[in-house]
Ligand binder design. Structure first.
Ligand code: 4NP
Length: 151
């Protein structure tokens, strides 16, 4: 299984989703899945995640090692699932998807057992509460998706 997480900048939500998803796979002893994250925009290419994202992962002892990259055409044939965090991400992904794209493009939040669909952008927040909330949503959605496909 190959899974790609997308958000606008690839420095807040999608690297958290990637890290939490890898952590959840590891906890369940699932190996050999390919997991990555990428941006819609090009602003932060090559950058590490936001310090609040890194701090939140550190607090929960979840390894995070990512440099931002932008989504590319080949991703739409390489990955089985491409997950967006909000409706804007999904609209952008559908616009960017080439005609031969095979990846399923879905909201990551659609796998939340608590049905919180949108993982909102915490980048412009003052503190790190939005990052903690993003982490909690990603834990639930990772469990929900793995339960849905790995049975
Ligand atoms: P993310 O947050 O999409 O969760 O990584 C953002 C990070 C940067 C920007 C927007 C959203 N930005 O406009 O620079």
């Amino acid at each position: 299984m190959k899974v790609l997480f997308i958000c606008l900048g690839n420095i807040c939500r999608s690297p958290i989703a990637e890290a939490v998803f890898n952590y959840t796979l590891n906890q369940r002893g699932i190996e050999d899945w390919e997991v990555d994250s990428a941006a819609i925009g090009e602003w932060h290419i090559g950058n590490s995640p936001d310090f609040r994202a890194r701090g939140t992962m550190k607090k929960h002892n979840i390894p995070m090692n990512h440099k931002a990259r932008q989504v590319k055409k080949a991703d739409f044939t390489h990955y089985d699932y491409i997950f967006g965090m909000d409706h804007d991400n999904i609209d952008d992904l559908k616009d960017l998807c080439p005609s031969n794209g095979t990846a399923k493009i879905e909201m990551f939040g659609s796998y939340d057992p608590k049905k919180e669909l949108i993982i909102r952008d915490p980048y412009y927040d003052d503190g790190d509460a939005g990052f903690q909330k993003c982490y909690e949503q990603c834990i639930r959605c990772s469990e929900g998706f793995i339960d849905a496909v790995a049975k």
